[in-house]
Every structure is written in structure tokens, then in C-alpha cells.
Design a protein. Structure first.
Length: 356
């Protein structure tokens, strides 16, 4: 529970009823009480996590408009608002709002809950289940055919060996698919900004590269990271490492042997831009819009060869959007691709070598 008073405001000595504050502190959603002038005099932790206040003022024009209606009509209003999760990117909070006039001193109670987000997740999940069943059918069908082939060839050790090897690779494909499905559903369900930790970007990149070493060595691809000034971001460390890892792994998988994958990072206007560049096959212009869709692959046969599931980039996009950032791609066929992750950094960091 958090009680905040503005010392320059005459509200400072107002005593909020204890019963009201203790009731609000029991609620799951975000709640705040506003004095005239829309100054928050009480807010719970969930309000801080949402980031709906900037310098102790409400930023959302939609919410301010709803509050104005409540003050004018002195009656309760319900509505839905959206506001950006960060200064860039498409990630949005979608909230149901209840604004209630309190009988005392022109105070207004604002209650915010994430019901619309829950509804959206439900719809996404429904589509997703339909896609998954289709994707799972392929390796399961292959395993069933191969097991029949093994039985039919039981007197021919060479054939048994060949079919068993293919069974192994189909089983691996099935495991990878299930693992990525679980990862995606975890990412969709969680809100990394709610359980946010703070950590250095250089460490995230190094950890993600380390996880790709075996694949890179097997394909004789050198992965270079030009370390620059470090900065800190806020969110879920494991999810961000997974996002960078997926991009580096793709850069390796879609490049010819002996080429180089380069990772750089730079900070500008409180945003860190992490760029992963390869000298690979590139992505045709007609496909570039679709590569972040679940299960979309430019060349399903090639993706299958490298053990791709078509889920990697949609996981990356979810993770980055949920962190209030954005992902963009530049690509040219037979030249290479650059994937850029842009994330808001914690302020008071070093920017272009200077303290801001
Ligand atoms: P996959 O598991 O198939 O790699 P992703 O979601 O990671 O799935 O990527 C979707 C598709 O985008 C891939 O199948 C591939 O066609 C294309 N792609 C992704 N990264 C690259 C890259 N660095 N270079 C060329 N094509 C890429």
C-alpha cells in the first residue's frame, strides 16, 4: 500500500478513510484516488508497474477524458483505454477502467484492470491451438510411417539403421516444437514489466552468443560482438536472452558456412539498439512482412533442415513488444539480413559516452 501526498498541494493534510485504503489494498487491479486537478493522493503498486503516471501526472488522454466526464456528471463511468508499454514499438496495455466519484472533497477513485488483455490472450490461444494441431501432425505422422518401415525392414540392418536415424530426427523436431510452443505460451501469459529486474545489455548479448557456440562452430561461422558502452534495461532476463539467442541462431542457420555474424549495440535517446547482422541468404521482399507470424517460414524445407519450427521470430516479437520495445528487419537476398531490437533503457545511463 502506498499513500502519496503532494506537499505543494492543500490536499496534503487530508486523511483518507482507513477503511477505503485497506479495501483498495486488497484488490488485485491497479487503483488510485485523485484530488481536484487530477493529482494522485493514493496509488497502489500496480499503478507504478503500469507506468500510467509520469511525474505524478496521468498521461493517458483517454483516461483524463473519462475522469472529466465523472467530475462533470458526478456519476460512475466505465470504459476501455489503451496506452503504449514503452516510448517505442507496438506493445500496448489494454485496460478496463472504472472511475467513481467519491462523496468526499471532489475525490475520484480510478480502478484499472487487465480484462481486455485476458480476452485477447484467450482469442490468440484459440487460433494458436488450431495451428499447433496442424504442425504436430507432420512429425507424428512421419514417426508412425517410419516405425512401420522399421518393422517391415527388420531383416535388413542397414535399412533399420536408416529409418531409426530418421525417427531420431523427427523425435527431436517434435521435442523442439513442443519446447517452443511452451516458451511462446509462457511469453504470451507473462508481463515482464510487472516482475521486472534490471540488468546490463552487454551481459544479455554475451550469454545469448554463448548459447549459440555449438551451432556456430558446427557451421564454421564466426560470431563477433563489438562490445560498446553498457546500459541497463528492465524486464525478464531469461526472455530477453531467449530473444537475442533466437536471432543469432537464425543468423547462423540461414547463412553459408564460413561467413560472419556480427552483433553491435548503440544507445541513442534513451533507447538501446541491438543489431544482429548476417551474410546469409536474406529474405525475399514479398515474405518480409510475414516472417514474424507464428509458423511462417520462407522455405519450409530449409527451415526443416535446420530444425526450425517457424515460432522463433514470433517469440522474439512478443518478448520485445512486452518489454515496450520494437523489432525491425532489413534484408536483401543473397546479401544478408540485419535484425534490430530497440528497447527503452533505464534513464541516467551513459549515452554516447556522456551522462544524461
Ligand atoms: P524458423 O524456426 O523456421 O527459423 P523463425 O520464426 O525463427 O522460424 O523464422 C521465420 C522464417 O524467417 C524462417 O523460416 C526463415 O525463412 C526466415 N528467417 C529468419 N531469420 C532469417 C535470417 N537471418 N536470414 C534469412 N531468413 C531468415
Amino acid at each position: 500500500m502506498r499513500l502519496r501526498r503532494n506537499s505543494e498541494n492543500e490536499e496534503q493534510d487530508r486523511a483518507l478513510p482507513h477503511l477505503l485504503i485497506s479495501a483498495l489494498s486488497q484488490l488485485d487491479g491497479a487503483s488510485m484516488i485523485l484530488a481536484p486537478g487530477d493529482i494522485p493522493i493514493y496509488q497502489n503498486e500496480a499503478i507504478d508497474q503500469l507506468g500510467i503516471l509520469k511525474d505524478n501526472r496521468i498521461e493517458s488522454q483517454e483516461l483524463l477524458a473519462l475522469i472529466r466526464v465523472v467530475r462533470r456528471t458526478e456519476s460512475k463511468q466505465e470504459g476501455a483505454i489503451e496506452f503504449a508499454r514503452g516510448p517505442i514499438g507496438e506493445g500496448k496495455h489494454e485496460l478496463t477502467v472504472n472511475v467513481i466519484p467519491l462523496s468526499q472533497d471532489n475525490l475520484v477513485l480510478v480502478l484499472l484492470s487487465d480484462e481486455s488483455e485476458a480476452q485477447r490472450v484467450h482469442e490468440v490461444r484459440r487460433d494458436f491451438v488450431a495451428n499447433i494441431s496442424h504442425e504436430l501432425k507432420t512429425p507424428i505422422g512421419a514417426l508412425s510411417l517410419l516405425s512401420e518401415a522399421v518393422l517391415g525392414a527388420k531383416d535388413d540392418p542397414e535399412s533399420v539403421k536408416k529409418f531409426a536415424t530418421r525417427m531420431q530426427s523427427e523425435a527431436k523436431r517434435l521435442t523442439d516444437l513442443v519446447q517452443e510452443i511452451i516458451q511462446l505460451s509462457r511469453v504470451q501469459d507473462s508481463d515482464p514489466l510487472k516482475i521486472a529486474q534490471e540488468f546490463g545489455v552487454n551481459d544479455l548479448i554475451k550469454e545469448a552468443i554463448d548459447q549459440c557456440r555449438t551451432t556456430a562452430d558446427a557451421r564454421k561461422i564466426s560470431v563477433n560482438f563489438a562490445e560498446s558502452i553498457d546500459c541497463e534495461v528492465k524486464g525478464d532476463r531469461e526472455q530477453l536472452i531467449m530473444a537475442i539467442h533466437n536471432l543469432v541462431e537464425n543468423a547462423i542457420n540461414y547463412s553459408p558456412e564460413g561467413t560472419t555474424v556480427s552483433i553491435t549495440s548503440k544507445v541513442e535517446n534513451s533507447i538501446v539498439n541491438i543489431m544482429i547482422t548476417d551474410q546469409g541468404i536474406g529474405i525475399p521482399e514479398s515474405d518480409i512482412e510475414r516472417i514474424f507470424e507464428r509458423f511462417y517460414r520462407v522455405d519450409p524445407a530449409r527451415s526443416r533442415q535446420t530444425g526450425g519450427t517457424g515460432l522463433g521470430l514470433s517469440i522474439v516479437k512478443h518478448v520485445i513488444n512486452k518489454h515496450g520495445g520494437e523489432i525491425t528487419v532489413w534484408s536483401s537476398e543473397n546479401v544478408g539480413s540485419t535484425f534490430s531490437i530497440r528497447l527503452p533503457i533505464l534513464t541516467n545511463e551513459l549515452e554516447n559516452g556522456e551522462v544524461t
